[in-house]
Design a protein around this ligand. Structure first.
Ligand code: SAM
Length: 223
């Protein structure tokens, strides 16, 4: 009973925060699928990540507000490939796959769509479902981040960029060190639209240091 009452209270608090959140209201007015749009808009305003003609891979893309921002900022010129466990409703300029990024089929789909072309920008806003066990959740999140980093290092152009959501706490420094090893420049971004009480921040890696490892023919499943 006690637990039920607590959950209800926190559920109400979440709902109150949601309906009073200015970014939620703004997203509804501006036609964005979620408030997350403003995080990418803000980072892009500062770091100039998105340009017409780019190839962008959006990992953990549903419901699709980052895809919307990418398509707009790219002026509908270029390619956005989006993957999520959940469906991303169709939108012009975006090809999406409903799949688990940790599964081979997701990588195979990206490889097929990329046709051996390189990527300008890899976005990862992936966040696993919360189990309630903080250490386990954090570990699962960083597994996803590491896979996204691996993909970015393999597929980015020499002047490409990798933007990834991370949660500060256990695993953060290790992962940041990995990103630092992989990129010439690594920045931390905490957009205003990211809630203060959330320990999420975004790491932005620019210009991968390692050469592209994908010169090998597409080898998924054959290695
Ligand atoms: N950037 C999105 C937007 O602007 O609409 C919001 C992304 S939401 C915060 C995080 C997403 O990560 C969820 O939709 C979730 O389904 C996805 N996700 C979590 N684990 C994943 C996985 N293994 N593969 C693909 N997507 C995953």
């Amino acid at each position: 009973m006690v637990h039920k009452a607590k959950r209800t209270k926190s559920g109400r608090a979440w709902m109150h925060e949601h309906v009073t959140d200015p970014y939620v209201k703004k997203a509804q007015q501006d036609g964005y699928r979620s408030r997350a749009a403003y995080k990418l808009l803000e980072i892009d305003a500062r770091d100039h990540l998105l340009h017409p003609g780019m190839t962008v891979v959006d990992l953990g893309a549903a419901p699709g507000s980052w895809c919307q921002v990418a398509v707009q900022r790219m002026k509908r010129q270029g390619k956005v490939l989006a993957i999520d466990l959940l469906p991303v409703a169709a939108m012009p300029g975006v090809e999406s796959l409903e799949s688990d990024f940790t599964e081979a089929e997701a990588l195979a789909w990206l490889e097929e769509k990329l046709e051996n072309g390189a990527v300008d920008l890899v976005l990862s806003d992936m966040a696993p479902n919360i189990s309630g066990i903080p250490l386990r959740d954090q570990a699962r999140h960083y597994e996803l981040c590491e896979l996204a980093l691996d993909f970015a290092v393999n597929w980015l152009k020499p002047d490409g960029a990798f933007l990834v959501k991370v949660f500060q706490g256990v695993g953060f420094e290790d992962f940041r060190a990995q990103v630092r090893e992989a990129f010439e420049q690594v920045l931390i971004r905490k957009p205003d639209a990211s809630r203060d009480r959330s320990n999420e921040v975004y790491l932005l890696g620019r210009r991968p240091l390692a050469g592209r490892r994908r010169d090998k023919p597409a080898t998924l499943g054959l290695e």
